[in-house]
Design a protein around this ligand. Structure first.
Ligand SMILES: Cc1cc2nc3c(=O)[nH]c(=O)nc-3n(C[C@H](O)[C@H](O)[C@H](O)COP(=O)(O)OP(=O)(O)OC[C@H]3O[C@@H](n4cnc5c(N)ncnc54)[C@H](O)[C@@H]3O)c2cc1C
Length: 396
């Protein structure tokens, strides 16, 4: 609750890659203002390095990154809890069904999870990489298997990274990567061939061209009628977002993401901003698809925009152009596809040790970036704007 009538309450939901960026930017940029109150809500105190959850799923330890520690000394309050409802009319958010938080400006950054509702059985029988707990459960199961087959269902890049990691760490297991698309389908010929050869070298069996239609306790069924027997199924086939935004009456797209204008404000509720995977953000080339590389800039941009509006200025349009797709292939190999701003592949790619170094540098960078931004917020405001690809004709 606001302590004074004039205090502007900014409530940020979700401390993922995007929400953390907004919280740090805002706290750093408003540190001399006593009339702004920043509150960050997240399910866990520990920051989830989603980019590394396939490593955690094979028993590798991740750094202990705690959100309250990073925010210590900054003017931002951390609330640990599960958001259960948003009331956009009364501007309140319920946490754990027991607490109520009020806002003047809401930042919606609840991210996404694996879409286990996509096919029957996935919810009940498949593992996911949604949280450190999910990854730890899979790591435990794999460590106790001693032999057998793991099916990774979903041949997108998360599936590729997970399949490669499991095959490298568990040579005693047969790893089968199943999905509609050829692994690395969005890459150029060189990068795609490199990725395919790396999977073969690691012993990953690829079954492309057929989607998984059902997950069973002992395997998966495919669209072409075949089945693949498995001791463990990992589901990486697409993502879905929280239903909270739709339930609150915010305008959402067909996937439930909050539809924003060019400044990242909800098109239906201008006092709500949406960021990261939970937002449907228009760019000149189409709607952004969820990645960390775009998610962090959306978070920074909203932090800057809210600061501007608090000073009586207008928020600026958000512009972003993709620049790379780094993919780990176990710990000793990787491929990096450099991209045009619309995410289509350039001719240039990195492979082997240089790509391993590049990928590790990217995966390790968010936390030091937040630390740097907490002292020097402007240092986080640099990312490729996308040039001619992102000049909106209709900047609503
Ligand atoms: C295995 C894997 C590998 C990936 N690799 C890459 C990569 O190499 N490069 C890349 O760019 N992207 C990668 N991604 C995608 C990237 O992780 C996401 O795009 C990114 O995490 C989105 O950031 P976000 O802040 O929007 O959401 P998230 O990081 O998902 O954070 C959302 C936060 O909100 C919290 N939350 C959700 N619901 C609630 C609730 N109701 N109450 C309270 N808290 C809640 C969550 O616990 C979480 O802390 C990968 C994803 C996976 C799963």
């Amino acid at each position: 609750m606001s302590t004074a009538q004039s205090t502007h309450r900014v409530l940020i939901l979700g401390a993922g890659y995007a929400g953390m960026a907004t919280a740090i930017q805002l706290a750093a940029r408003t540190r001399r203002r006593s009339d702004v109150r920043v509150t960050l809500v997240n399910a866990q105190e520990r920051f989830t390095e989603r980019l590394r959850l396939h490593m955690a799923a094979t028993g590798q330890d991740l750094a202990e990154l705690t959100i309250p520690t990073l925010l210590a000394g900054m003017d931002a309050r951390f609330v640990r809890g599960w958001v259960t409802a948003v009331d956009a009319h009364t501007r309140t958010v319920r946490v754990d069904d027991s607490r109520e938080l009020r806002y003047d400006t809401l930042v919606y950054g609840l991210g996404s999870v694996a879409d286990t509702a996509a096919v029957p059985g996935a919810q009940e029988h498949a593992y996911t990489l949604d949280s450190p707990g999910d990854a730890a459960a899979l790591a435990d199961r794999l460590a106790r298997l001693g032999g057998g087959t793991v099916v990774v269902a979903g041949s997108g890049l998360s599936g590729v990274e997970a399949a490669a990691e499991i095959a490298e760490r568990h040579p005693e297991l047969t790893v089968v990567l199943v999905g509609q698309r050829e692994p690395g389908a969005g890459m150029n010929t060189t990068a795609r061939a490199y990725l395919g050869n790396a999977l073969t070298r690691l012993g990953v069996q690829v079954r492309g061209g057929s989607a998984v239609t059902r997950v069973l306790p002992d395997g998966v069924e495919l669209a072409d009628g075949r089945g693949v027997a498995a001791d463990v199924v990992l589901w990486t086939g697409g993502t879905r977002v929280s239903p909270l935004a739709a339930a609150a009456g915010l305008t959402v797209d067909e996937r439930g993401r909050v539809v924003t204008d060019a400044t990242l404000r909800s098109v239906s509720h201008p006092d709500v901003y949406a960021i990261g995977d939970a937002a449907a953000i228009p760019q000149g080339y189409g709607v952004l698809h969820g990645t960390c590389q775009s998610g962090m800039p959306t978070g920074v941009h909203v932090g800057v925009s809210i600061t501007r509006t608090l000073r009586g200025r207008q928020p600026r349009p958000f512009r972003f152009g993709y620049y790379h797709t780094p993919v780990s292939l176990g710990r000793r190999d990787a491929v990096v596809q450099f991209t045009h701003p619309d995410d289509s592949p350039r001719r240039v790619c990195l492979t082997g040790r240089a790509a391993v170094w590049y990928k590790e540098t990217v995966s390790a960078s968010p936390w030091p970036t937040y630390r740097r931004m907490s002292r020097l917020p402007a240092s986080g405001a640099y990312w490729p704007r996308g040039g001619r690809f992102t000049r909106l004709r209709d900047a609503r």
